[in-house]
Design a protein around this ligand. Structure first.
Ligand SMILES: [Zn+2]
Ligand SMILES: [Zn+2]
Length: 344
């Protein structure tokens, strides 16, 4: 089969012919119909994030059709449409038995610790393949398993409830999904804080109150818009100490700030006036859980979570097209996601 693989850190991915993986009793073999090209793939290629071994087939956002199943897999059969949960876990450790597989000590991420979806076929444990309803395209099924799943996890970790107001800091892929999921949960007012005019316009067109952080302090703007009350939930999706602090400061009484963006910077908080006084909480968010995916898939099936065609760009399973897309993913300013759709 064809696979596009990382052979050397810092070098372009290469198209290589490798054998179709052999499945074990609990595995399924999937013919890849769509594989999303993610920011983190560019980090693996560039050596910014470490991978497990070389050569490695990248790609953790995957949807396709089941080609074959191991003898212990009863839930799925050949021809089924599926999307893939990228965290492979042991299922028996102290964390896995509590449904917290993101902390599994033997956990492996597809496309980082084991071969991913930039290929014609992929082998995954049957437990990692989730049925993909006909209403959801393979392309949407692939990309929602990363940023949308994490946006949902952030709302869940923040204990977000219907009617609550929300401030979203950063309107990239995560924010795009978080806004739609907030609305799917019947949220109150949604504020989107951005500096990019196109993103602000896009957020406004999707029903958010756009807060232009270039024009004035976003915390002041949110306080003014809420008659001084602040918001119930703030999601920080950028990864900057400045916006993390703003996410905390825009909270009202009993508000929760969920930090999703990554940074090594320090953040300062005045505990008494900025947290304790209003019993506000800072909550950290990492990845997502298998148990959250059925709800995510249902939001997409019912059209509450959408990826319109203009937000998707398709490339072939071709190393030069994929390398060009990885070059571009770093400085993307829109919501357009690139998805690999292997030609027949
Ligand atoms: Zn991803
Ligand atoms: Zn485990």
């Amino acid at each position: 089969m064809r696979a596009v693989r990382l052979v050397q850190i810092g070098k372009p991915l290469q198209s290589i012919e490798i054998p179709i993986p052999e499945i074990g009793p609990s595995d399924v073999l999937i013919r890849v119909a769509a594989a999303g090209i993610c920011h983190s793939d560019a980090h693996y290629r560039g050596g910014i994030s470490e991978i497990d071994h070389l050569p490695l087939t990248l790609g953790h956002e995957i949807a396709g059709r089941v080609e074959g199943v191991g003898r212990d897999v009863t839930r799925l059969s050949a021809g089924d449409r599926v999307c893939v949960h990228y965290l492979v876990h042991c299922g028996s450790c102290e964390f896995c038995v509590r449904g917290l597989e993101q902390f599994c000590r033997r956990g492996q991420m597809i496309g980082k610790h084991r071969d991913g979806g930039y290929a014609e076929f992929i082998k995954v444990p049957g437990a990692n393949a989730f049925p993909l309803p006909d209403e959801i395209s393979f392309e949407a099924g692939a990309i929602m398993m990363c940023s949308s799943a994490t946006a949902l996890h952030a709302l869940n970790k923040a204990r977000f409830k219907a009617g609550e107001s929300i401030a979203i800091f950063g309107f990239g892929g995560l924010g795009f999904s978080a806004l739609q999921l907030g609305r799917a949960f019947d949220c109150g007012d949604i504020y989107v804080v951005e500096i990019n005019p196109a993103k602000l316009a896009s957020a406004a067109s999707m029903g958010a109150l756009a807060i232009d952080a270039r024009s004035a302090d976003p915390v002041e703007q949110i306080k003014n818009a809420t008659a001084g009350k602040g918001v119930d939930v703030a999601l920080e999706l950028i990864g900057s100490a400045k916006t993390m602090r703003q996410a905390v400061l825009c909270l009202g009484a009993l508000g929760r700030a969920a930090l999703v963006g990554l940074t090594a910077e320090s953040m300062s908080i005045h505990p008494y006036t900025e947290l304790i006084n209003k019993e506000a909480e800072i909550i950290s968010v990492s990845d997502h859980l298998a148990t959250e995916l059925p709800a995510l898939i249902e939001f997409a099936r019912s059209g509450k979570l959408r990826f319109p065609p203009e937000t998707l760009r398709v490339v072939d399973l071709d190393s030069s097209q994929i390398n060009t897309a990885l070059d571009a993913v770093q400085d993307s300013i829109d919501h357009v996601r690139t998805v690999i759709v292997p030609s027949k």
